[in-house]
Design a binder for this molecule. Structure first.
Ligand code: PAF
Length: 273
């Protein structure tokens, strides 16, 4: 594996498959890398904790980092390139302003973390400009991020094939996330409640068809003083907005805090007719 801090022009001759990450890699990332390897293209994993997507400096500083362990894991996975740029390479002198993630970028996750998705789109776009990948993969756990990046690639006509990686969970149902490293064993147990909320809401919504009532009932049924819910919503997966009579693909999204750590999760389902 080559560990590069900058992209060189000879790398453009290779057909690259980009797996963008912020490091502290876990099985969720490994499954994205395995998908990339299946394509037969050369895999480049970027590790860059992007300051522009954190609205809280404390959160940025606390974000787990372990480049040595990551590098060993990537070596084992036969990744061709590890890209660990410095901040001034990503945001060089030509950097002017953040991209806008629009109205949807200001809702849900974006409402609680103002500017988060502008920062995400900006860094992802910069990675695209620098690496010029043929393919890229993002995990479904960050559903709103995935929606906004897909939309961005579509409206800017980028010639990049975007793949979606499944959510990987532990035995308790907790979606794997680098932030789980910041939780105690008890905290992880509490955090598995996020998935339970999602499943309960799906069950009640399928019974009643009523969004608000289903959300209220779900929150009452699963009340847990240790899990502080920020939002729980049922949306149209294709528009990432309120559902309508036309909705076929549904997504339920949740965010909450456990031991002061922000966690997100989602499930999706389809209803025909
Ligand atoms: O999902 C992430 O890890 C980050 O938001 C990403 C896409 C690497 C951009 O910094």
């Amino acid at each position: 594996m080559k560990n590069v801090k900058q992209i060189t022009s000879d790398m453009y001759k290779e057909n690259l498959f980009l797996v963008p990450t912020m490091g502290s890699l876990h099985r969720g990332h490994f499954s994205l890398i395995e998908e990339a390897k299946k394509s037969g293209l050369k895999t480049i994993v970027s590790i860059f904790v992007n300051p522009k997507q954190f609205n809280d400096t404390n959160d940025y500083q606390k974000y787990p980092r372990d480049i040595q362990k990551d590098s060993m894991n990537l070596e084992k996975l036969n990744v061709e390139y590890l890209f660990t740029p410095d901040e001034n390479y990503i945001y060089d002198d030509s950097f002017l302003d953040l991209l806008s993630s629009g109205e949807i970028g200001e809702q849900y996750e974006g409402k609680s973390r103002p500017g988060h998705f502008d920062g995400v789109l900006t860094v992802v776009n910069r990675l695209f400009e620098l690496i010029k990948p043929k393919k890229v993969i993002f995990g479904k756990k960050d559903a709103q991020q995935l929606f906004l990046i897909k939309d961005y690639i579509g409206r800017t006509n980028k010639d990049i094939d975007l793949l979606e990686g499944e959510i990987i969970r532990d035995k308790s149902g907790l979606a794997l996330s680098s932030r789980n490293l910041l939780l105690s064993a008890k905290g992880k147990e509490t955090a598995s409640g996020l998935k339970k909320q999602l499943e309960t809401l799906k069950e009640i919504f399928l019974e009643t068809g009523l969004v608000n009532t289903s959300i209220e009932r779900t929150l009452l049924r699963n009340k847990d003083g240790l899990l502080e819910i920020d939002y729980l919503e049922i949306l149209d997966k294709d528009t990432f907005s309120a559902i309508s009579d036309k909705t076929k693909n549904f997504i339920i999204i949740i965010a909450g805090y456990v031991e002061g750590i922000r966690l997100i999760d989602n499930i999706d389902f389809r209803i025909e007719g």
